[in-house]
Design a protein around this ligand. Structure first.
Ligand code: NAP
Ligand code: ZN
Ligand code: ZN
Length: 349
């Protein structure tokens, strides 16, 4: 065992504070990452406040991790010391069930080992996330971060990037498609960049009028403020695909009405409470509703390579760990442009 410095939540809803955690000695297939940067996902906040229930405390959040490989197990072949590697929401899975063998580890029938608020596959050893100095992970669950990507701005790709890339790929987003992105936060701004990189025309649907200039700079051609009901009439039946990234309860039925016949709405935002769905919202127009959670390891690598090819990273606000509680409050106010990333060098100060 080796000690690692971290910041975590001692109990549900409490502020984050410094703590020390244990990391295992690396096994033959493990890499040791000295964590450089970790993104702050809204899922960290949902879990730190136990909004999804079942949270295990103390909890060290963080699943948008980029670090430098500092040690290798004897059998590691994918990395060498000094490489920049990334870890997202998973650190292991059973590797043998049908989804695992189909590169869909996120649907492992035994339950993936989450990067935090979870256990390793022994179902005993607690996992702790990236708001920490070091992580030990099997090389299969570590991603190669292409050299062309800035490591700090690449960190959010490990969750916000893959979570929006995957549904775009699942529906086969192609040049000329009209994509609606609902909510311009961490996931939403990645959805805009990725959809534009696939040749789509993007309309952002936002509750924040002040984000219009940013939306256009990110590549959107249209921006509508959803508090103004006329947006729903103006766009009715026009969109091929909607990526809904909203973190709070809202009316799915209203957004489904914006799809063209047989269009698809992909829900990736994960509000803690249910919202009623009217059957007619789907039946009329033969509309499709899709749920999507992160992506498999192979697809995550594909997304990183796609981002390197297209020069895509996240727009970030780099913060020291000491500002994390303030950052959570700002995320809750939709006041982040567009992802906080923690500079882990600040752990030492
Ligand atoms: P975020 O940065 O806070 O962005 C969410 C955006 O939703 C906000 O910026 C805001 O955009 C909009 N919004 C917030 N409250 C709203 C409300 N009451 N009504 C309408 N719009 C509202 O969060 P994030 O990190 O992108 O995460 C978004 C959601 O996705 C979270 O629930 C998170 O847990 C979930 N998530 C899911 C997956 C997955 O695999 N499915 C992965 C990661 C995250 P505007 O200001 O533009 O309105
Ligand atoms: Zn996340
Ligand atoms: Zn499995």
């Amino acid at each position: 065992m080796q000690k690692s410095q971290a910041w975590g939540v001692p109990a549900a809803g409490k502020p984050l504070a410094p703590m020390t955690i244990d990391r295992r000695e690396p096994g033959p297939h493990d890499v040791v990452l000295d964590i450089m940067f970790c993104g702050v996902c809204h899922s960290d906040i949902h879990q730190a406040r136990d909004e999804w229930s079942g949270g295990v405390f103390p909890m060290v959040p963080g699943h948008e991790i980029v670090g430098r490989v500092s040690r290798l197990g004897a059998e590691v072949s994918k990395f060498k010391v000094g490489d920049i590697a990334g870890v997202g929401c998973m650190v292991d899975s059973c590797r043998t069930c049908a989804p695992c063998t189909e590169n869909l580890e996120q649907f492992c029938q035994k339950g993936m080992a989450g990067t935090y608020n979870s256990t390793e596959m022994d179902r005993k050893t607690r996992t702790y996330g990236g708001y920490s100095s070091r992580l030990v992970v099997d090389e299969r669950f570590a991603l190669r971060v292409p050299a062309g990507l800035d490591p700090a701005a690449a960190a959010p790709l490990l969750c916000a990037g893959i979570t929006t890339y995957s549904p775009l790929r699942q529906v086969g987003c192609k040049p000329g498609d009209h994509v609606g992105v609902v909510g311009l936060g961490g996931l939403g701004h990645m959805a805009v960049k990725l959809a534009v990189s696939m040749g789509a025309k993007v309309t952002v649907l936002s509750t924040s009028g002040g984000k219009e200039a940013d939306a256009r700079r990110l590549g959107a051609t249209d921006f509508v403020v959803t508090k103004d009901g006329s947006a729903f009439q103006q766009l009715a039946g026009k969109l091929d695909l909607i990526i809904d990234t909203v973190s709070a309860p809202h009316d799915y039925n209203a957004y489904l009405g914006l799809l063209r016949p047989r269009g698809t709405m992909a829900i990736v935002g994960a509000p803690a409470t249910a919202t009623p769905l009217h059957p007619f919202s789907l039946i009329l127009g033969g509309r499709r509703l899709l749920g999507s959670v992160i992506g498999g390891i192979a697809e995550t690598q594909e997304m990183l390579d796609h981002c390197a090819k297209h020069g895509i990273v996240s727009d970030i606000e780099l913060i020291p760990i000491q500002k994390i509680n303030e950052a959570y409050e700002r995320v809750l106010k939709s006041d982040v442009r567009y992802r906080f990333v923690i500079d882990m060098a600040s752990l030492e100060s």
